[in-house]
Design a protein around this ligand. Sequence first.
Ligand code: MF3
Ligand code: CO
Ligand code: CO
Length: 268
Amino acid sequence: MPIDIKTSQDIEKMRIAGRLAAEVLDYIAPFVTAGRTTNEIDQLCHDYMVKVQQTIPAPLNYCPPGYSPYPKSICTSVNHVICHGIPGEKKLKNGDVVNIDITVIKDGYHGDTSRMFYVGTPSIQAKRLCEITYECMWRGIRQVAPGARLGDIGHAIQSHAEANGYSVVREFCGHGIGKKFHEEPQVVHYGRPGTGVPLSAGMTFTVEPMINAGRADIRGLADGWTIVTKDHSLSAQWEHTVLVTDSGFEILTVSPGMPPEPAPAAAR
Ligand code: MF3
Ligand code: CO
Ligand code: CO
């Protein structure tokens, strides 16, 4: 399957889906507090998507080949959970860091974005991991332009993570997105500059690095979805959906509450 190039009509709908996904994160932020269960967060997001936005939560019953249907409307990945954490009855506690990953479908198009949230006060180590991972995502996104290669994105992410003593998860990656949740290409978060598929205007895909404080190795839990670090070290992830434009990139998952782009290293 070739990589789908979006038309201007497609792109207009991707902007809407992207903004709505990001707005769910804005909405849920004040509820990510100690004592709340991830099930409660899932229920609040579900109701906001379905009743307020009239969007479809894409994860609910999502069932890629070899998987069981995903049972909830969002993913909540706490501390050493890398991704695809299933909301449950466990309460968040002070010091937890949690990734909330939202994918909505609006008018047939997907928007996919995630952020890290601090429950109360994070440890210095957890805060640093979340911040560096955010910088990794942005360093990857800044590579996006027509003629650049997927390996440029991966290399920008991997080099920054490893320079800070962290490791990049290999088994899960960013992905093309549009009318389908997961399309080509696979956007891996490691690689060599000048290698891989060349980008062209009209491609839409996610950049969503998963960065571990310890080793890169993963383990899948018996629920069929939850992925954790094998060494139980902390893991962080941020995700945007981006469009390749004629001159560079456009972030599609924009909202008033999204954190700003980090200042380039030279300015800090
Ligand atoms: N939102 C995730 C991603 O970024 C995919 C979650 S699949 C689910 O690709 F079924 F777990 F929701
Ligand atoms: Co994604
Ligand atoms: Co996602």
